[in-house]
Design a protein around this ligand. Structure first.
Ligand code: ZN
Length: 152
């Protein structure tokens, strides 16, 4: 495992659309392991593959029990409610802004064994699912945050 560099805002890699994973290869497994280590090292709640320079549809989200959930080709299949809270991003250090997100989100994805599963999250976890999946389509929270650049 290795800690990878986190790509910073301004790098075009963050703005492209990521490609789906068609097959779980040793390379994908290494990427997942490296993303786990990178996320733990950065002490974040989520990380998307383009943030480590790889345009593949893979994200990792830390849930409220501090477990890392690996999501390959994730899709939001259900959402409800509303929350508005401060949000930041490991690729946009030092900037925070209020975003509107659903309160509850259900995601369908593939695990590292290639099996499809669904996972639900509320509050911060729901926010993290939305934020990380946005990264796969080149969207950053600053694109739709209100009152950005709040100091915390
Ligand atoms: Zn982010």
């Amino acid at each position: 495992m290795a800690i990878r560099n986190i790509v910073q805002e301004g790098d075009p890699i963050l703005r492209g659309k990521s490609r789906p994973v068609e097959e779980i290869t040793p390379r994908i497994l290494t990427l997942l392991d490296d993303m786990r280590e990178t996320l733990a090292h950065a002490d974040g709640v989520g990380l998307a593959a383009p943030q480590v320079g790889v345009r593949r549809r893979i994200v990792i989200v830390v849930n409220e029990n501090d477990q890392m959930i690996e999501l390959i080709n994730p899709q939001i299949i259900k959402q409800s409610g509303h929350q508005r809270d401060l949000e930041g991003c490991l690729s946009v250090p030092g900037r925070w802004g209020y975003t509107n997100r659903p309160m509850h989100v259900t995601v369908q994805a593939m695990d590292r064994e290639g099996k499809t599963f669904t996972v639900s999250g509320s509050g911060l976890t729901a926010r993290a699912f939305c934020h990380e999946i946005d990264h796969l389509d080149g969207i950053l929270f600053i694109d739709h945050a209100e009152e950005c650049d709040i100091e915390v």
